[in-house]
Design a protein around this ligand. Structure first.
Ligand code: ADP
Ligand code: MG
Length: 306
């Protein structure tokens, strides 16, 4: 017993865990020194994938917080009636709170519903409430039903004294009118892809929808960014999926990969992003790297190809 303890103590620097920790602190130091260039005009990105549970909301809120942590002003628009993004950002969204519903249905200015997250003065959120569940149907009979969010956002960006550098729209897991509103309001689509077996299933449907929106409603829209999430480096499958996605979407996939991490999944139950909850965890560091990469790609004009 004693003997084996000594043995493991002697070899502790050489364990995968030790290597991972050393790697993590090197990455943390690199992030501390990084400098970013903020976009000169707002980048509006919709985080979309019609599959549920692939990490859309997790990516939206953690990327938003990570962007804020490097000095970007960020607005999150929560378009999912479940309101998970609002929860994770610590923003009240009970039924009586003015929300994106009022913006879409009653033409309330976006500025009237935007709240600041307790996490950072740079981080704001237009919350979703339960009323949004009915909006999908109510929108059908509205004038300019596909463009309501786009109009509200344009007005907001035009009139805000300090407009956000980045707007992230968290979409529900469907391709209904709420998601269409997100697609017409944005110039960029960010697709989170879970590194699992069925990850690519349904992707062609999503790309088809983006093409249709481009053609009929919003020509500038493009899939600018793909982020691999819930990556488990111990499985061959995760690596295979990642390789396959990289082969298909060479220019769009960020080199940063978000690992599967308990800290990431715990954070929302504390009304926090992982950046605030455990900013030095592997998940937080990965999201901060993704944020830096996202800003660098814009500055370099990468992913421009259509
Ligand atoms: P979506 O918005 O696409 O439905 P979510 O962001 O809500 O997906 O994520 C689905 C579930 O997976 C949630 O329980 C979330 O906490 C968990 N999850 C997301 N990303 C990670 C990760 N990197 N590590 C561990 N769990 C994750
Ligand atoms: Mg979600």
């Amino acid at each position: 017993m004693k003997h084996s303890e000594e043995q493991s103590a002697a070899s502790i620097d050489d364990t995968p865990l030790a290597r991972e920790l050393a790697d993590l602190s090197a990455r943390r130091r690199a992030l501390a020194d990084v400098s970013v260039v903020l976009p000169t005009s707002p980048r509006v990105m919709t985080v979309s994938n019609q599959k549920g549970g692939v990490g859309k909301t997790t990516t939206t809120v953690n990327l938003a917080a990570a962007l804020a942590s490097v000095g970007a002003r960020v607005l999150v628009i929560d378009l999912d009636p479940q309101g998970n993004a609002s929860t994770a950002l610590g923003v009240p969204h009970t039924a009586d709170v003015p929300s994106v519903y009022d913006v879409l249905i009653d033409e309330v200015p976006l500025a009237d519903v935007v709240q600041t997250s307790p996490e950072s003065a740079l981080l704001t959120c237009a919350p979703s409430t339960i009323h949004l569940a009915g909006a999908e149907i109510e929108l059908v009979s509205q004038v300019a039903r596909e463009h309501r969010l786009a109009r509200a956002l344009e007005e907001y960006l035009r009139t805000a004294s300090e407009p956000p550098h980045v707007v992230l729209v968290d979409c529900p897991p469907s391709l209904g009118l709420l998601t269409i509103n997100a697609f017409t309001a944005a110039a960029e689509v960010l697709i989170p892809i879970q590194c699992e077996y069925y990850a690519l299933e349904g992707l062609s449907q999503l790309l088809g929808s983006v093409q249709m929106i481009q053609k009929h409603l919003n020509p500038p829209l493009r899939v600018s960014t793909i982020l691999l999430t819930m990556y488990d480096g111990r499985t061959r499958l995760a690596q295979q999926v990642a390789d396959e996605v990289r082969n298909h979407f060479r220019d769009e996939v960020l080199s940063t990969v978000i690992p599967r991490s308990v800290r990431v999944s715990e954070a929302p139950s504390f009304g926090q992003t992982v950046i605030a909850y455990d900013g030095n965890s592997a998940g937080a560091i990965a999201y901060r790297e993704a944020a830096v990469e996202l800003l660098a790609r814009d500055a370099a004009g990468e992913g421009e190809e259509s």
